[in-house]
Design a protein around this ligand. Sequence first.
Ligand SMILES: [Zn+2]
Ligand SMILES: [Zn+2]
Length: 282
Amino acid sequence: MKFGVHVSISGGVDKAIERAGALGCDCFQIFVANPRSWASQRISKQDAGLFREKRAVSGLGPLVVHMTYLPNLASPDPAIHKKSLKNFLDQYEDATMVGADLFVIHPGSSKGEDRTKALRRLAESVRSGIDKYPDGPKALLEVMAGGGSIIGGLPEELAEADGIISRPEKTGICFDTAHAFAAGYEIDKPNGMAKLRKRFHKCYGRHPISLIHLNDLRSEFGSKHDRHEHIGKGNLGPDGIRNVLRTPGMRSLPVILETPVDESRDDMGNLAEARKLSLPQT
Ligand SMILES: [Zn+2]
Ligand SMILES: [Zn+2]
């Protein structure tokens, strides 16, 4: 399996490749803009070219771009939706320029208003990016912990959005293990992950999971609270993580870790743990 982490682009987008290489990643994930700002800092053609050259030499891949956190493509507020759509299109274009393979999108929130309309806004926004940049990365909606107005806690809801996008060859799912466990799916149990994967298949009419965000969960199972933990140290635990990674069909997918970095463990430590848990038990 291919394992990687989210790395920073500070100092230039190409620096991310060096960081990922130094950590021993096979693949990696980046933001192409400041994740907590609306300001659109674009990547220049020159920087994108340098990045592509360096990545070709490094052999690292797939390259995942995660959309920043502020855009809400499902927003019922026209001004916020407009701003979100522009932000998404800018980032999707930059992701295309740097040669990204996958682009992860948080589905957003209906903010207490009509969910069906929110799904439509989300789907039409994503489709506009896919159609505007035909060489763009595969657009992945991320499974969320759900709760309240948050979209993406249910496979059927994600499948409904996917049906409206109607570009199946260019769309899929980013499966975050912490989010799924917080949403209340028993992915730690034998057959729990297999059952959920079958449910995705049933409502999509294909296997949509294209990427694993491998995180343990600090919050309780089913709590809808999304707090990431070091691999094996949370409520999913080593057996839960192993169960996800050993489930047939999951083994061909790239894995990105979004785990904490603190005094108890760093990215390299979590990568080592994840790789260990992916191997057959001896
Ligand atoms: Zn995410
Ligand atoms: Zn999360």
